[in-house]
Design a binder for this molecule. Structure first.
Ligand SMILES: [Zn+2]
Length: 166
């Protein structure tokens, strides 16, 4: 028997002013685009802003549907738009922010499992780590890559016993 310990690094900042300029811009963009969310069911408005390696910033918000699976999260809304319009550009970082129905920023924010999987695919596709910036009410947490959010993940290698070029 073997036990494997998996560690992740999370850097916590107390306020926006501590961030580097690009990260700060992404957080502000995520907060702004959260206002465009269509969230009549959850009343939880989420915004995501990512920056590509060409410097382009792409934003998305959650778009809900009465038939729940037909909706999409803010992260995938931004990611898929970026991948469709800039198919050769790697995502360098993504900031995520949200406000609840009282208008307060979410107490603690983290991408859902499906978005983690989608972001991981992008990270593998371009072989570039995607920095994750989580804008919660009392702090901002940054992770260095998507792998940190999804250890022991399923990926392209899982389909072919590691014998592929993903
Ligand atoms: Zn999601």
């Amino acid at each position: 028997m073997q036990t494997k310990e998996i560690k992740i690094l999370v850097t916590r900042y107390e306020n926006l002013e501590e961030l580097i300029t690009t990260d700060r811009e992404l957080v502000l963009a995520a907060r702004q685009i959260a206002e465009t969310a269509y969230a009549p069911y959850s009343k939880f408005k989420v915004g995501a802003a990512l920056i590509l390696d060409n410097g382009q910033i792409v934003k998305g918000s959650n778009q809900e549907n009465a038939a729940t699976p037909a909706g999409v999260c803010a992260e995938r809304s931004a990611l898929f738009w970026a991948n469709a319009n800039f198919p050769n550009s790697a995502v360098k970082a993504i900031a995520i922010s949200a406000v609840d129905q009282s208008g307060n920023r979410a107490l603690h924010l983290s991408p859902c499992g499906i978005c983690r999987q989608a972001l991981l695919e992008s990270e593998h596709r371009f072989k570039e780590p995607i920095r994750i910036i989580l804008d919660s009410r009392n702090n901002i947490e940054i992770l260095n890559d998507v792998e940190s959010l999804l250890p022991l993940s399923f990926n392209g290698n899982s389909l072919t016993n590691g014998n592929n070029k993903f």
